[in-house]
Design a protein around this ligand. Structure first.
Ligand code: ADP
Length: 240
């Protein structure tokens, strides 16, 4: 019996070690490619006889890659701090509906730029939780709906007050996710194979952050999707 539980323990340690190594390798890889681009384009910029247009376009690459590194670092730091928590950091009573509407308002210009329509049906909900963390959840889900839906698409956001839950859903009519990839989208660094997904910028960390924050609040998040038809993420948060 003792030998068996010892064996299980060793197996768990091996597994943790494997996950840690994989994580470090993913992180390094994700930092490496923007850094190489920054280095390469900075070298090109040092060439004195460049046309103004080339100079601007090289500087733009450097700017974009720097932003990518900055958002990657921010997401990693957030995820690492979330991993160390067993409960939300700062619990406050606040209006979930007001928070959701504020996030939608902040993204109006993006919606307009892409010619997207947004519908919503939002109940009034008083909620006890960590507003700063939950804001990240809505930001990530809305940003994904926007990113993975073609121009002129449709997004629907609902907040329904149930007896002891708040149910928040984000539905889009975008590119969708293959069945076999559905269970993996919450994994760290996972991004669907779809060539269109790969062309769209991202770190594969957003949904891991969503899942961690929702878990800290004792809730759950689910995804339903049909390739080429659309995707719905549903977050269920206990209100009592
Ligand atoms: P990122 O968007 O940075 O790649 P996420 O963790 O937010 O990372 O999402 C992981 C993957 O799940 C995405 O790369 C994409 O393949 C898929 N995905 C997430 N949201 C959607 C959506 N609304 N529609 C289609 N695919 C999605």
């Amino acid at each position: 019996q003792l030998a068996k539980s010892f064996q299980t323990m060793v197996h768990k340690l091996d597994e943790n070690d494997r996950i840690r190594k994989e994580f470090i390798s993913d992180v390094s890889h994700d930092f490496q490619s923007p850094l190489l681009n920054i280095k390469g384009y900075a070298e090109l910029l040092m060439n004195s006889d460049l046309a103004e247009q080339e100079r601007t376009s090289y500087a733009k690459v450097i700017q974009n890659e720097t932003e990518r590194l900055s958002s990657l670092t921010k997401q990693l730091l957030l995820l690492t701090s979330l991993d160390q928590l067993t409960a939300p950091l700062e619990v406050k009573l606040f209006r979930l509906d007001v928070q959701l509407k504020e996030i939608i308002r902040r993204n109006r210009w993006l919606l307009e730029e892409k010619g997207m329509s947004l519908t919503m049906d939002i109940d009034e909900v008083e909620f006890r939780g960590d507003p700063a963390f939950l804001e990240k959840v809505w930001e990530n889900l809305l940003s994904n709906a926007l990113k993975y839906t073609e121009n002129d698409g449709l997004i629907d956001i609902d907040l329904v007050k149930e007896k002891d839950h708040a149910v928040i859903s984000f539905r889009d009519n975008g590119i969708g996710i293959e069945d076999k990839e559905l269970t993996r989208v919450f994994d760290r660094f996972y991004r669907a194979d779809d060539s269109r997904t790969q062309e769209i910028g991202g770190t594969g960390l957003g949904l891991s952050i969503v899942q961690q924050v929702v878990r800290l609040h004792g809730g759950m998040v689910e995804v339903v999707s049909n390739k080429g038809i659309g995707t719905t993420f549903v977050v269920k948060l206990p209100t009592m």
